[in-house]
Design a protein around this ligand. Structure first.
Ligand code: UDP
Ligand code: MG
Length: 322
């Protein structure tokens, strides 16, 4: 049985796909993946992470699994979200090269060989660029154009398309992305924080033929919050006191200045200051300043506990020449 020995060879490429209620897409997805991966002539594995589907998806996956030895299926107990499903894929991946993509057939597996070739040129992450994106304009493409512009501008990671799921990574980068919440949309930013060099490759995109999109326009708001989080992380992840301390200090200083001025008016000029709005403002500034500085100190403790208790380093090493 060749398939028994095949399994022993560690995969070179791991393709990970999160799927949530994509029953109608599963079989064509695996077919197309096999069609693109087999001719590459490298050992590979396909990891489908079922994110708590409530349709017939899990049963279909069991059936396909019985026929395809290269397939690995991870079934979640409930719906944890796309980021969690991708993280599980990264965790279970054994290949040196990891590919992520959507399970709704909008990404095209035929692009995988080109992504891999680009990665092998020496990049750590190769991100797909849906130059001809086939999605509704108002609810998808327009917000995405704006988001891409803002993210590029503010984070300094210049890409055309952050939202494309089709990406290739070196193993160590994929395994070190911590995709809390819905941060899968910010993988290029997280990867650049890790120190990865990132390239972009134009990929195909198809309209969603079967099943429904899992997101609505409501994600815009969450993307904005996540962007703020990313900006904070980029600058202050290992030194939060510098962020909170600076803003807190400014508040405190202006509060003290205001109150000193009012005290001067009261004591030396005998003016009545009880009914002046400035009095309240000064007091609020002082309180804000103290609270912010306190948060900064707490954040410093939290961040240190995080790094020291997890054994994580505050740096990443590309290579050691010894
Ligand atoms: N997905 C998931 N869990 C979720 C939502 C989505 O695993 O909670 C998967 C979904 O099955 C698909 C991919 O994430 O494979 C992208 O989702 P979708 O196509 O709905 O997003 P869109 O293309 O509309 O941005
Ligand atoms: Mg989609």
């Amino acid at each position: 049985m060749p398939s028994k020995t095949d399994k022993k060879i560690p995969p070179y490429i791991s393709v990970i796909v999160p799927v949530y209620n994509e029953a109608l897409n599963l079989s064509p997805l695996v077919d197309r993946l096999l069609h693109s991966l087999r001719p590459m002539g490298k050992p590979f594995e396909i990891i489908l992470v079922d994110d708590g589907s409530t349709d017939e998806g899990p049963q279909i996956l069991r059936d396909i699994k019985a026929k395809v030895p290269e397939l690995k299926v991870v079934l979640f107990r409930r719906n944890f979200g796309q980021s969690a499903a991708m993280t599980a894929g990264f965790d279970y991946a054994k290949g040196n090269i990891v590919i992520s993509m959507d399970g709704d057939l909008q990404n095209d597996p035929r692009d995988i060989p080109r992504l891999v070739a680009k990665l092998e040129e020496g990049y750590d992450v190769v991100s797909g660029w849906r130059k001809n994106r086939k999605d509704p304009f108002i609810s998808r493409k327009l917000p995405s154009v704006i988001a891409n512009w803002i993210i590029g501008r503010s984070t300094g990671v210049r890409l055309h398309d952050y939202g494309c799921s089709l990406k290739a990574y070196r193993k160590e980068v994929a395994k070190n992305l911590l995709l809390y919440g819905e941060l899968h949309r910010f993988i290029p930013v997280l990867a650049s924080l890790y120190g990865a060099n990132i390239a972009e490759v134009v990929v195909d995109h198809h309209p969603r033929a079967k099943g429904k999109s899992k997101y609505g326009i409501g994600r815009t708001y969450r993307v904005i919050l996540d962007l703020l989080l990313m900006l904070f992380f980029q600058k202050f992840a290992t030194r939060p006191l510098q962020f909170f301390g600076l803003s807190g200090g400014l508040f405190l200083a202006s509060g003290i200045l205001i109150e000193t001025y009012l005290t001067f008016l009261k004591i030396f000029l005998g003016q009545d200051i009880g009914n002046r709005p400035l009095l309240l403002m000064g007091a609020l500034f002082i309180i804000c300043g103290l609270v912010l500085a306190g948060i900064g100190l707490l954040a410093e403790l939290v961040i240190r506990t995080y790094y020291e208790s997890t054994g994580k380093r505050i740096y990443t090493v590309r290579e050691v020449l010894d």
